[in-house]
Design a protein around this ligand. Structure first.
Ligand code: CA
Ligand code: CA
Length: 268
């Protein structure tokens, strides 16, 4: 009997100890859970900017890959059917594109037909701002030739009576309100350069610079004081890299690619 009572006491004691362990374990698990939740919260907080950055970048990548597809479709369209005339991609849908894609920010892609570019207005959803994502479907804007016109037929580069002038031919259209072709030009040597020892800023009548109606030809007359300012056939002319000649007036317009120094030839 005594032995039985003693055995029961031991069993109760063991049960009590086990219950205590369970309670202890339960409490410990709750603390672990709180720690884990805190760590997760910290990690999520730290990762959020990266996730947002990743989302922004993947949207830009998507816009670029859509633009690649549209650009190719536009090039094929122009090869088969002539100039593309719509301001959106609607004419391409069906035959050249499976569907009319919308950019990742919910706006239609824009085709700037006069300048051979197609673009997404980008995250700000506004056309012609610096975040636009642009693709050329026509060759890039480049200076093709530079010619001296001996307008007064003197056989020399001068400005007697009728002034001589330079003709700059571009690979395609430039917007008439492009920075470098809007007179008066404050610092022409920012935009243009040449190999003549004479200053290009003072040799030319920059406030008379003009773009003809085709959009491809820029004319610059010599300043009245300019006499024998360069030697046709040996001096060169170029567009400075990254400055004002572009075929759209604002935003990420298609800038003229920096040209090789180009020999100035006589037009006659
Ligand atoms: Ca924009
Ligand atoms: Ca002349």
């Amino acid at each position: 009997m005594i032995l039985k009572i003693y055995a029961n006491i031991i069993r109760l004691s063991l049960d009590h100890e086990r219950n205590g362990n369970l309670r202890h374990k339960a409490a410990f698990t709750l603390i672990e859970l709180l720690v884990v939740i805190t760590i997760i919260a910290i990690l999520v907080g730290a990762a959020l900017p990266y996730v947002q950055g990743y989302v922004a970048e993947s949207r830009i990548s998507k816009a670029k890959s859509d633009l690649d597809e549209i650009k190719n479709a536009l090039a094929i369209y122009e090869t088969r059917e002539g100039s593309y005339n719509a301001k959106d991609v609607s004419l391409l849908t069906g035959r050249y594109l499976n569907s009319s894609p919308i950019d990742p920010w919910g706006k239609p892609f824009v085709v700037a037909t006069g300048t051979g570019i197609v673009f997404s207005s980008g995250p700000d959803r506004i056309d012609y701002t610096s975040d636009d994502i642009v693709s050329n479907y026509q060759p890039p804007l480049a200076l093709v030739s530079v010619k001296w016109v001996d307008a007064n037929q003197s056989g020399a580069v001068d400005t007697q009576n009728t002034r001589d002038y330079l003709q700059l031919y571009f690979s395609r259209k430039i917007a008439s309100n492009s920075v470098a072709i809007t007179p008066p030009v404050a610092a022409p040597d920012t935009y243009f350069g040449w190999s003549s020892p004479n200053s290009i800023a003072t040799s030319m009548a920059w406030n008379e610079i003009s773009l003809d109606s085709s959009g491809n030809l820029v004319t610059i007359s010599f300043a009245t004081s300019a006499i024998d300012v360069f030697a046709p056939g040996s001096d060169t002319f170029w567009i400075n890299s990254g400055t004002g000649i572009r075929d759209l007036a604002s935003g990420t317009g298609n800038m003229c690619i920096a040209s090789q120094p180009m020999l100035i030839f006589s037009a006659r």
